[in-house]
Design a protein around this ligand. Structure first.
Ligand SMILES: *Cc1c(COP(=O)(O)O)cnc(C)c1O
Length: 421
């Protein structure tokens, strides 16, 4: 069970926060022993409210790329905080950051900054509609583009008109993409694409290059814009838009999460074709022009350019993947590890209600490694080979626990909806 401090905070939260917690950081759909509240983070580690420290394979659900509290990035942030953060107008940092991002991302000629990924994806939708004068969007079923009424994954508070003009296809399925585009007909404004399939609860899948090329072709044939939503995968696949490795350049790309290593800023990038439309939409926010997060973003991008962080992440991810594969196999379990090595998702074979995944994740947590049983995880550049080896040692013991207990595990009641799929 969770610790006493966590328990007490949950009870107090129950009284003053609806449902006790909301959104993606609610631990309602995680094993019961997962802590809800934390007291701090340092590098690759996380400390919960009861003082227990974990190697954190979630990285704040993405924002932690160079380590919690990375000194150079935080120094840049604090320096700008002291000089001036939210002011009556932006600082020069806004222009510098737009220059840095457009220099880094091949397809991008301009940048607009906002706070959350949802701001950026919503602005992408508006830009495409302004550019085309049309309404329809083609999206992949199950892909996440944020938590505004047009895209939030749960039905509460959403009315059908919020979801009008949307046509869905299956990711990587060219025939299904063509069918959705045909449904949109002459009203097609945009094709939205996740850089790879990173839906929750199912295996991740790399993008089929032919699917990506077809999406580009169809957008061009219809005069629509192609959007790649790089909010989650950005900077963990490439130092460019994630589809650049396939040779496919979108018109718009959306960024967030780790671009300032956890400081609040997101971005919409676009090409010259979309520039006029982007200038025509009215989008803004009280905190969007604030300088401190932009300073953190500039320092993060400097580290992206000047270090081998990506190659190190890929090496660490490969070490974790092969080590886990061997240990799972030795214990007699089929563990499917999918997605890029830098953003792994683990699912057990023959585990439709995730009872094995839940028990193994709890056993990892008890040994000081925070893993997620049904969402993709993230590696950060503060991790070391010793951290990965510690995770592998924990995993070996966790597989042994699971082998002992597998026959006696009950269904995970809180995931009963999975059985109904
Ligand atoms: C997290 C995420 C978003 C939304 O970003 P927020 O900052 O949570 O609003 C959009 N798209 C993808 C792919 C994401 O992972």
């Amino acid at each position: 069970m969770s610790g006493l401090v966590d328990k007490s905070l949950r009870a107090r939260a129950e009284a003053v926060i609806p449902g006790g917690m909301y959104g993606h950081q609610s631990v309602g759909l995680l094993p019961d022993d997962y802590p809800q509240f934390f007291s701090g983070g340092d590098g690759a580690h996380l400390t919960d409210a009861d003082g227990r420290r974990y190697l954190d394979l979630m990285c704040a659900y993405g924002p932690n790329l160079f380590g919690y509290g990375q000194p150079q990035i935080n120094a840049a942030y604090v320096r700008q905080l002291e000089i001036g953060d939210a002011l009556t107008g932006p600082t020069a940092l806004m222009v510098e950051l737009a220059e840095a991002m457009t220099a880094m991302v091949t397809h991008a000629d301009w940048a607009m900054f906002c706070k959350n990924g949802t701001d950026a994806t919503t602005m992408a939708m508006m830009t495409a509609r302004a550019h085309t004068g049309r309404k329809a969007l083609v999206l992949a079923k199950g892909a996440y583009h944020g938590a505004a009424p047009w895209c939030t994954p749960r039905p509460g508070g959403v009315v059908p008109s919020d979801r009008a003009h949307q046509h869905f296809c299956a990711y990587n399925d060219i025939a299904s993409l063509e069918a959705a585009v045909a449904q949109a007909g002459d009203d097609l404004a945009a094709i939205f694409a996740a850089p790879f399939r990173h839906d929750a609860f199912i295996d991740q899948a790399p993008p089929d290059p032919a699917y990506a090329r077809r999406a580009r072709e169809l957008a061009d044939q219809h005069g629509a814009l192609l959007v790649v939503d790089d909010v989650r995968a950005g900077l963990r696949v490439a130092r460019d838009c994630s589809w650049s490795v396939l040779g496919v350049q979108p018109d718009l790309s959306t960024w967030g999460k780790c671009i300032a290593n956890g400081h609040p800023i997101s971005a919409l990038l676009g090409n010259d074709k979309a520039r006029k439309a982007a200038a025509s939409i009215y989008v803004t926010g009280s905190f969007w022009y604030a300088g401190a997060a932009m300073a953190a973003g500039l320092e993060t991008l400097r580290l992206v350019r000047e270090t081998d962080y990506l190659e190190r992440l890929q090496g660490l991810g490969m070490r974790l993947r092969t080590g886990l594969h061997d240990r799972a196999a030795a214990a007699g379990f089929g563990l499917r590890q999918t997605g890029p090595e830098t953003m792994p998702l683990f699912l057990f074979d023959d585990d439709p209600d995730l009872r094995l995944g839940f028990a193994w994740s709890s056993a990892m947590l008890a040994r000081g490694v925070y893993v997620h049983p049904w969402h993709n995880m993230f590696l950060c550049a503060a991790m070391t080979q010793a951290d990965i080896d510690a995770a592998l040692n924990a995993a070996e013991a966790a597989f042994a626990d699971l082998k002992r207990d597998a026959g006696s595990l009950g269904p995970v009641e809180k995931l009963a909806f999975l059985a109904a799929r």
